[in-house]
Ligand binder design. Sequence first.
Ligand code: B12
Ligand code: SF4
Length: 517
Amino acid sequence: MKLLFVHPGPLLYTNVFLRLEPLGLELVAEAARRAKHSVRLIDLQVESHADYHRLIAEWPPDFVAFSCNYLANVPEIVDLAKATKLALPRSFICVGGHSASFTAKAILEHGEGAIDCVLKGEGEPSIVKLLEAVVSDRNSIAKVPGAVTAHGEGPRPGFVERLDDVRPARDLLRNRRKYFMGLLDPCASVEFSRGCPWDCSFCSAWTFYGRSYRLLSAENVVDDLASISEPGAFIVDDVAFIQERHGFAIGEAIARKGIRKKFYLETRGDVLLRNKEVFQFWKKLGLAQIFLGIEAIDEDGLRKFRKRIPLGRNFEALEFARSLGISVAINIIADPDWDEERFRVVRDWCMDVPEVVNISINTPYPGTEIWLTEQRRLETRDYRLFDIQHAVLPTKLPLAAFYRELLHTQRVLYGKHMNWWTAPKLAGELTRNLVRGQTNFMRGIMNYNKVYNAENMLADHARPTYYELPLPPRSQTNAATATAADLYIHANRGRRGRGMDDSTERFVDATRIEASR
Ligand code: B12
Ligand code: SF4
């Protein structure tokens, strides 16, 4: 069959700071290609809807698969699916990915018959089974693991047996130079591990993978890295280098092979402190930027998000990261109940630290515990606003005042970063990128005021809403009875599902809240 894999368009963030290669979709596309199908891929972060329609007119696919990692992309995907079904009534249309897995039935309903199937969980194993069913016996589609159709639902999705057996179809991506992460321009995405063993209440990374954590071998990672020509590499792992040995094994293999790249990764403060030598080693290998999810600057806030890292440890982690000479960005979660005074306190704190500070808004997402337990009523159920840049819970300040405070705070922090200690270095690196013809980050900086603009944010709330996110069933919203099992997409295989040594397992257990799960 002719298969087309589609990544939806950009969200707010993508237009300024970074735009990344759709690695998950490439992995699923490669699994389908290995099953002897003819495969193409289009990424609407860098191509337009007109390009998409032109492509399906010139090369009409039998099967179209959309990647829906982000809830905010649901309306765009549903509309594209409807338009595709109109143009190609015989095509089979499927949606998969992180957010689609948690909202499968709603997506089918919004599709009004245009979407044939939502495929939950990791796509590599299930896409092959779905394609077999589509080719040979359409009546068996609803029995495919992870499949949800209007006629029924298959068993829980299965895991990829060995992550070393899957590979991304990097060659299918056109415009590879359009992907960047700040100054890492251009930048490819790489995966060293999959899943997260912690269980933070605002996050769905662990519920998607059933609290599993699997590793790719150093040999496989290095093979993949060696095939990438971009000088930058974004490590997509939820928490990088949880296990010291794995970090060293990959690092040593990179050094042996003589691979030189600049790396970006995300990790936790306590992991950074536990595995200091790994990060020191990686600094020598080219680790350029670290993103730390600090989330709150007071103990109360940390408890709320169930990050069991004492505040002092987080500050110690920041000190250590600074001592490495690596550029560090941190994330703080703003609650919609913040008032002017709270914003001022946060601003003052942020101005005192040299790190780049990113502020996101506390947003309950399907698949997270706060989605079930948040007692505040949602102000909106417009999918497009669920991007942690818009407030979907009631704000204590009038909405316009909340956005003014938020954007003022973001602008002050952005200004600090752009003008202060980074300016000379930034200018130098930007110039080097421009000389190589890489203008992504430069354009992002120029877009800042247009994108982060209070009037535009308010106008986003005023748009007519055609698709609304359904609320969780009442039976699940009682905090006392809601359990993590209600949330899992992949089954929790317990200790056996986590490729960690016992000491790391104990470390994780000691730093998460629900040690009994
Ligand atoms: C790397 C990452 C990013 C990258 C983007 C990478 C990319 N190009 O897609 C960056 C840094 C840009 C990013 C940004 C944001 N992110 Co992000 N991100 C992640 C992260 C950590 C890993 C994703 C990843 O690449 N995983 C590795 C690949 C291999 O897995 P995958 O993409 O999930 O693909 C697998 C399956 O999902 C599935 N699949 C995927 N597509 C398809 C398609 C089909 C047809 C099928 C069958 C299966 C399938 O199969 C794949 C292979 O197994 C996830 C957390 C997580 N663990 O999923 C959060 C996550 C997806 N991000 C999240 C959020 C909130 C954001 C932001 C909105 C945050 C912000 N500050 O604005 C932005 C918006 C992004 C945008 N589009 O502009 C949330 C999603 C919440 C939601 N429900 O919408 C997540 C779940 C994190 C969380 N804490 O809960 N993100
Ligand atoms: S440590 Fe917490 S926030 Fe980070 S990926 Fe794991 S569960 Fe999500």
